[in-house]
Design a protein around this ligand. Structure first.
Ligand code: HEC
Length: 395
C-alpha cells in the first residue's frame, strides 16, 4: 500500500479514535460525577424508589435526575445504554494500532538494535499480549484476590511494570509504551463488553420477569468501573506519550511509565473525592510535586566528552553528519522507503535550517537517542557528541 494512503488511513483512524475516546471518557466522567454528587431524595422521590436525586442546568436547559436504589419497577420503553462510546474507542484504537505497528511493523514495532524478530513473530507476540493480558486481568478480578482492592491494585501494577520492562528489552521504545496503553484500553473496553453490559442485561431481564435483580451484578460492575475510572488519566498519557521522547527513551522507561501511571491515578482520586464534596488539594499538589520530582530525576545529563582533547566542530562537519544521518527522512525529497515526506515538517538540508531546529535536534539526537528514528541511518555516538559540541558552541 502506498505510504500516502497509509498516512490518510492513519489520519482517519487517529481522528476517529480521539473523537470516540472523548465521547467515552466524557460520558464516564459525567456519570462518575453524577453518581458521586447525588443528594438525599425528596420524600416524593423516595416513594418512587429513588436512592438519590440531582438538579442541574446546562446550555439553557434544566434537568431533574433521579437514581433508583437498584432499578425501576418496570423497564422504560427507551433505555439508553452508553456502550458504543467504549466499543468504538477500542475498535478505532485497534485499527490505528494495527496500522502503525502491524502494517508498519518494520518501522515502528521492531527495533533491530534490540532484537531481530521477524514481522509475523513480532505481530503474533503483540496480539498475544493484548488477548492474554485481558484474560489474566479478568481472571485476577474474579479471584479471591479481588476482595482486597489494594492488594489487587498493587499486583496489577507490578504485572504492568514487569510487562513494560520485558517489552522495553525486545521492541521499540515507542511500541513498548503503546502496548501498555493498548492493553489497558483493551481491559477497560473488555470490562464494559464482558462484565458491565452482561450484568446490566441480566438486571433488565430480571425486572422484566417481575423479579428482584441480583445485587451481585451491580457489585461486579462496580469493581470494573472503579478500575476504568482510575485508569482514564494514565491511558490518556500513554496515548500522547509518543510526543515525549524524554519519557520513552529513558534507560528505565518502564519505571518512568509506572510512575506516571500511579501519579495519574492518584490525581484522578482528587476529582473522585471532590464530587463527593471532599476537597483535598493536597492530593493534586502532591501529584504535581511527584511529577516535578520525576522530571528532575530523569533529566538528561550532558554526557562527558569521550575524546580527551577539547575538540572544535566545524559547520561543514555538522552539515555532513546531518546530511548523512537525517536527510533520508528530513528533506524536500526523502529517500527513506517508509518515511516518504519530510517528517514532522522538519527539513534539514542547510545550516540555516539546522540552526532553526537546533533546540529540537539537541533534544532528540544529543540529549536522547530518539533521532534518527530507531537509528535507521546508524548514527554513531561520536557523531552525537560532535553535534553536542557544535550545539554548545552556538549558545
Ligand atoms: C528513518 C527516518 C528518520 C530519520 C533518519 C530521522 N528522523 Fe527525525 N523524525 C522522523 C519521524 C518519523 C518524525 C516524526 C515523529 C516524531 O516526532 O517523533 C521525526 C521528527 C523529527 C523532529 C521533529 C519533532 C520535534 O521534536 O519537534 C526533529 C527535530 C527530528 N526528527 C530530528 C532529526 C534529526 C536531527 C535526525 C538526524 C540525526 C533525524 N531526525 C533523523 C524520522 C526520522
Amino acid at each position: 500500500m502506498s505510504a500516502y494512503i497509509l498516512d490518510w488511513l492513519n489520519l482517519l483512524f487517529r481522528w476517529l479514535h480521539v473523537i470516540t475516546a472523548i465521547a467515552w471518557i466524557g460520558s464516564s466522567f459525567y456519570f462518575i460525577w453524577l453518581d458521586n454528587s447525588l443528594e438525599e431524595p425528596s420524600p416524593e422521590n423516595k416513594k418512587k424508589g429513588f436512592g438519590g436525586q440531582l438538579s442541574s442546568v446546562h446550555a439553557g436547559g434544566f434537568y431533574e435526575i433521579g437514581k433508583y436504589k437498584l432499578a425501576p419497577p418496570v423497564m422504560p420503553d427507551n433505555l439508553h445504554w452508553f456502550k458504543w462510546e467504549a466499543y468504538s474507542t477500542w475498535l478505532t484504537g485497534f485499527f490505528l494500532f494495527a496500522l502503525m505497528f502491524y502494517v508498519g511493523a518494520e518501522s515502528y514495532l521492531i527495533d533491530p538494535n534490540k532484537s531481530q524478530l521477524s514481522p509475523p513473530l513480532a505481530i503474533a507476540m503483540s496480539l498475544f499480549i493484548l488477548i492474554g493480558g485481558w484474560f489474566i486481568y479478568d481472571g485476577l478480578c474474579k479471584s479471591p484476590l479481588a476482595k482486597q482492592t489494594w492488594l489487587l491494585a498493587l499486583f496489577l501494577i507490578s504485572l504492568i511494570g514487569a510487562l513494560s520492562w520485558g517489552l522495553e528489552q525486545i521492541i521499540s521504545d515507542r511500541a513498548a509504551y503503546l502496548h501498555i496503553g493498548a492493553l489497558i484500553g483493551t481491559c477497560m473496553a473488555g470490562n464494559v463488553f464482558r462484565i458491565i453490559m452482561p450484568g446490566q442485561r441480566a438486571m433488565v431481564k430480571a425486572i422484566e420477569a417481575g423479579k428482584q435483580p441480583d445485587v451481585k451484578y451491580a457489585s461486579a460492575s462496580k469493581l470494573r468501573s472503579v478500575h476504568n475510572n482510575y485508569l482514564t488519566l494514565p491511558v490518556i498519557f500513554i496515548m500522547i506519550s509518543n510526543h515525549y521522547p524524554m519519557t520513552y527513551t529513558h534507560p528505565h522507561s518502564w519505571a518512568v511509565l509506572i510512575a506516571i501511571i500511579m501519579i495519574g491515578a492518584f490525581a484522578r482520586h482528587f476529582f473522585n473525592l471532590r464530587h463527593k464534596g471532599i476537597t483535598k488539594p493536597s492530593i493534586l499538589i502532591s501529584a504535581t510535586v511527584a511529577l516535578a520530582v520525576l522530571a528532575w530525576v530523569i533529566a538528561p545529563t550532558q554526557k562527558p566528552l569521550q575524546t580527551s582533547a577539547a575538540i572544535e566542530v566545524t559547520n561543514e562537519q555538522v552539515l555532513s553528519i546531518i546530511k548523512q544521518r537525517c536527510s533520508s527522512c528530513h528533506a524536500t525529497q526523502n529517500t527513506d522507503s517508509m518515511f516518504t515526506a519530510a517528517q514532522a515538517g522538519v527539513i534539514l538540508e542547510n545550516m540555516d535550517q539546522i540552526r532553526q531546529w537546533a533546540p529540537r535536534i539537541e533534544a532528540r539526537s544529543v540529549l536522547s537517542n530518539d533521532m534518527p528514528f530507531m537509528n535507521r541511518t546508524n548514527m554513531t555516538d561520536q557523531e552525537r557528541e560532535y553535534l553536542g559540541v557544535w550545539l554548545q558552541s552556538q549558545k
